[in-house]
Write a protein that binds this ligand. Structure first.
Ligand SMILES: [Zn+2]
Length: 427
């Protein structure tokens, strides 16, 4: 990724400005490859190729298809290893242009759910914060701006808010976290869309009824530095933007930095890797602040960490193939979310354990389940790779609508079923 920074910068600028003249750029493609040998895995690691598949690659993992972004020279060198690849995205630059085409208000209005021009395109950190302020004044009864729960490595606020009804009494808390991986823009957009859907749920609807029994807590942008860097400089940035002592490489993978079996699998100790897990669990200010925020919710029962892409509903565990106690509860919940998502537009998500996708330790969902007494899930939003991270803006609303159906199912399920506590908190 570092080797192609200037190319990506140029592509991102081209995509963000409709007036930029189309300068010739080296063509970049995304290949879908199946790695058969350890040498092929090492080639991808040694060349620091940009792996789009959420899991990345690590030694010992073979025969899994991965999506990898390459220019022509990188492609030739990769294919010389004998790896089996097919072109998956023919032209990344064309994709980035399509991503930022805003949706007309007319199109938004045609949809069944009430919509808002805010969701016509991907929004900046400042615009997301402005929307939070707007909601605070528009919905003074149901919306509470919790301000900042901490600061990013570069000092940006980690914003949080709460949505619930005016009804008092004991309520359970659900936490929805978005944007922990910088380039997964639809994660923050969907987190905001879920909030919008709760705020505008018609009185008497199943969604509105949830607010009488639940408090929904949102942190829609848990990696604001990375997100802004991805918007302005390197569209394919994944990590945070913290400096690493002794290395010129920037950033920690915030979804490898949580204090649960930290760094035992699917993570790297190379600060230049896209899955660098940090110097220790919670070494990144973002994960430390988010974990403290989650633990500050005494009535917490459940949480979802939203990512893209792949269309998966992932239950525990992420770090081991072993099934957790109460696997039946998790499987029923995950399968039900999958079906609820599909009921909206027929979109097929896969319900399985995180490790069955790819074992990785130190992720948010495992920490929720093991350390925070929460039913933790990860959702990988649209798509299955045709657009990858560059999901066109016109798909923000449908992605949000179906994800919201999944969240409503999930919330109802944790209200109606006894929630298993997997393990007591460990130090
Ligand atoms: Zn992710």
């Amino acid at each position: 990724m570092r080797g192609t920074l200037s190319t990506v910068t140029a592509l991102a600028l081209l995509a963000l400005s409709t007036h930029a003249s189309p300068l010739p750029q080296p063509r970049e493609q995304v290949l879908r490859c199946t790695l058969d040998t350890a040498e092929q895995v090492s080639h991808i690691e040694n060349q620091n190729l940009d792996v789009w598949s959420h899991h990345g690659v690590s030694a010992g993992e073979k025969a899994r298809p991965i999506d990898v972004r390459v220019n022509d020279a990188q492609k030739a060198a990769l294919l010389a290893t004998g790896v089996r690849c097919e072109p998956f995205i023919e032209d990344v630059a064309a994709l980035l242009k399509e991503e930022m085409i805003p949706v007309s208000q007319q199109t938004l209005q045609k949809r069944a759910a009430p919509s808002d021009p805010y969701f016509s395109t991907y929004r900046s950190f400042a615009e997301i914060n402005a929307q939070i302020a707007k909601w605070a004044s528009a919905y003074p009864t149901t919306f509470k701006d919790l301000g900042s729960v901490g600061q990013s490595a570069q000092g940006r606020a980690l914003r949080a808010f709460k949505i619930t009804s005016a009804k008092t009494g004991p309520k359970k808390a659900i936490w929805l976290n978005g944007g922990i991986h910088a380039r997964e823009w639809v994660s923050s957009a969907t987190t905001m869309y879920i909030a919008h859907s709760l705020l505008t749920a018609p009185a008497g609807s199943p969604a509105a009824a949830l607010l009488d029994s639940l408090e929904f807590y949102f942190t829609p942008m848990s990696n604001p530095d990375g997100y802004e860097y991805s918007r302005t400089t390197n569209r394919m940035w994944r990590k945070n933007r913290g400096k690493n002592a002794g290395s010129s490489c920037i950033g920690t993978d915030l979804n490898r930095n949580w204090d649960e079996h930290w760094n035992v699998v699917g993570a790297s100790q190379d600060p230049c890797s896209d899955t660098y897990s940090g110097t220790k669990a919670f070494s990144a200010p973002e994960t430390l602040a988010l974990s403290k925020f989650a633990l500050s919710l005494p009535n917490r029962v459940a949480g979802i960490d939203l990512h893209s892409y792949g269309q998966y509903v992932l239950r525990p565990w992420g770090w081991t193939y072993d099934a957790p106690p109460n696997n039946d509860f998790y499987t029923r919940l995950g399968d039900g979310m999958r079906d609820a998502i599909r009921s909206v537009y027929g979109t097929r998500y896969t319900s399985q354990s995180g490790a069955d996708l790819y074992p990785a330790a130190g992720a948010t969902d495992d920490w929720m389940n093991a350390k925070a007494r929460m039913v933790g899930f990860t959702i990988e939003l649209r798509d299955t790779g045709s657009y990858g991270f560059a999901l066109p803006a016109r798909l923000i609303v449908p992605t949000g609508e179906e994800a919201f159906a999944g969240v409503v199912y999930y919330a109802r399920f944790v209200l109606d079923n006894k929630v298993p506590i997997l393990t007591p908190a460990r130090s």
